[in-house]
Design a protein around this ligand. Structure first.
Ligand code: MV4
Length: 444
């Protein structure tokens, strides 16, 4: 096993990884920006190195600075968490070249899955269902029109280098297509330096369901079931749960098997997530693969009793998966609420000093946070304050447990979206499990 791991991240996910390291007897090395000198991850790790100014591009995204820190402090492996460098194939490649173990898949696999056209082609070859699409990148307006007419409106224009909903354009009519196509291409060049776009049939009011997979470096791949992630706003997930009300054991098996098939075909290693849309008729379609640990991984941990982060570290150390597919069982129901520093009505972020803090607890409650009383929430980074995760035997009990937990949670000095969560948790459609990706926009 590794002697020392560098955690190339901050906030709750950095703490999550540091805790796993400590329990495994692995030394943890934090990196921090000048603004994060007093942050909890900086203080709790076995060591910490300052990697630059507050701005992410100068610190948490500074590949040179992070790799130098590894050399200086003699760390053998790096955990990227989520965001920042987690899906940066150039960073993974730099690690490979420097003899540093990147805790995640290889740079080649990250590059492959980073291109949504290649990923979709691969899924299609493997008979993993996909929505009708252009089958390749589109060169001209004329091609775009031809394909769209064949598929039928509405269509979505997506960037090959996009993902997570970035750079998508919904087109309802033939008249609007040319403008949207050119706009999508220009925006893709500006955002990703790659103007390749493709067209897909628009799926109306689907659910966003994702499958967690784990793969070791000996060819073993398993799935840990699904997460229901439909409650989102502008592609920012707000509340996630497992299992999904829409997924029965048979569908779970089919989606899990499809995700495993995809992972095996590319010799995927470490933790990954295969994203699907599930339509009203319970047909599922591959969207993309995320090659990182995800924010919402705890709900999967709660229902399967696995420690995904420890498993990631073990896998990167060359060990075999600690369980086989037949050992994976699903127990009870878990919900995660992302508590953000924001105005609950306008969603405008509101950083500032935490003047009072009461963190809830009790049976079946897990709080993932790097907050402490007196800490100042910084404007430079994302506004996630805490993930409140509950586990109970049934969904109804999990909802009741989440309500009482959020009511106990007191964060003084800044505004949070806890009131929004409480409103969702009391909504009749949510309680009935009648949700889709537009739930929140209808709701607020
Ligand atoms: C779609 C879609 C409907 N039809 N593709 C968003 C994230 C990325 N993984 C793919 N996404 C979607 N792709 C087709 N053909 C719906 C989504 C989608 C979404 C779209 C608009 C607003 C919120 C959304 C949330 C989840 C998924």
């Amino acid at each position: 096993m590794f002697n020392k791991i560098l955690i190339a991240n901050r906030g709750e996910i950095a703490l999550r990884v540091i805790r796993a390291c400590k329990e495994m007897g692995v030394k943890s090395l934090a990196v921090y920006s000048v603004a994060d000198k007093e942050a909890l991850h900086t203080r709790v790790a076995d060591g910490a190195i300052c990697i630059g100014p507050a701005k992410s591009s100068d610190s948490y995204l500074n590949i040179t600075s992070i790799i130098s820190s590894m050399e200086v402090a003699d760390a053998e492996a790096v955990h990227p968490g989520y965001g920042f460098l987690a899906e940066n194939a150039a960073f993974a490649e730099a690690c490979e070249k420097c003899g540093i173990k990147f805790i995640g898949p290889t740079s080649a696999v990250m590059k492959l899955m980073g291109n949504k056209i290649q990923a979709k082609k691969l899924a299609e070859e493997l008979k993993v269902p996909v929505l009708q699409w252009s089958n390749s990148a589109l060169a001209t307006e004329k091609d775009a029109l031809e394909v769209s007419k064949k598929i039928g409106f509405p269509v979505l224009i997506k960037a090959a280098a996009g993902g997570g909903g970035r750079g998508m354009k919904l087109v309802h009519t033939q008249a609007a297509l040319a403008g949207a196509f050119n706009m999508a291409r220009m925006e893709a060049i500006a955002a990703f330096g790659d103007g390749e776009v493709f067209i897909e049939k628009y799926c109306e009011l689907p659910r966003h369901i994702e499958i967690q997979i784990m793969a070791d470096e000996h060819g073993n791949v398993i799935h840990l079931g699904e997460r229901e992630c439909s409650i989102q706003r502008r592609h920012q997930k707000i509340l996630e749960e497992s299992p999904s009300m829409a997924v029965d054991p048979k569908l779970r098996h089919k989606m899990g098997e499809a995700a495993v098939r995809l992972a095996k075909a590319i010799n995927y290693t470490n933790a990954g997530t295969v994203e699907f849309l599930l339509d009203k008729n319970k047909n599922f379609y591959f969207m993309e693969m995320n090659t990182r640990i995800q924010v919402e991984h705890p709900v999967t941990e709660m229902v399967t009793g696995t420690d995904i982060v420890k498993e990631q570290i073990r896998i990167a150390g060359g060990q075999r998966l600690s369980l086989k597919q037949k050992d994976v069982t699903f127990k009870g129901h878990s919900i995660e609420c992302r508590v953000n520093a924001e105005d609950p009505r306008t969603f405008v972020p509101c950083p500032g000093k935490i003047t009072e803090l009461v963190i809830p607890g009790g049976l079946g409650v897990r709080i993932e946070t790097a907050l402490y009383c007196g800490y100042t929430v910084l404007p430079y980074y994302d506004n996630l304050l805490a993930k409140v995760v509950v586990h109970a035997q049934t969904r109804g009990e999990a909802i009741a447990r989440m309500v009482r937990t959020l009511e106990e949670f007191h964060i003084g000095g800044i505004k949070t979206n806890i009131p929004l969560h409480l409103k969702i948790l009391k909504d009749h459609d949510f309680i009935a499990g009648n949700i889709d990706i537009d739930f929140l926009s209808r709701f607020t």
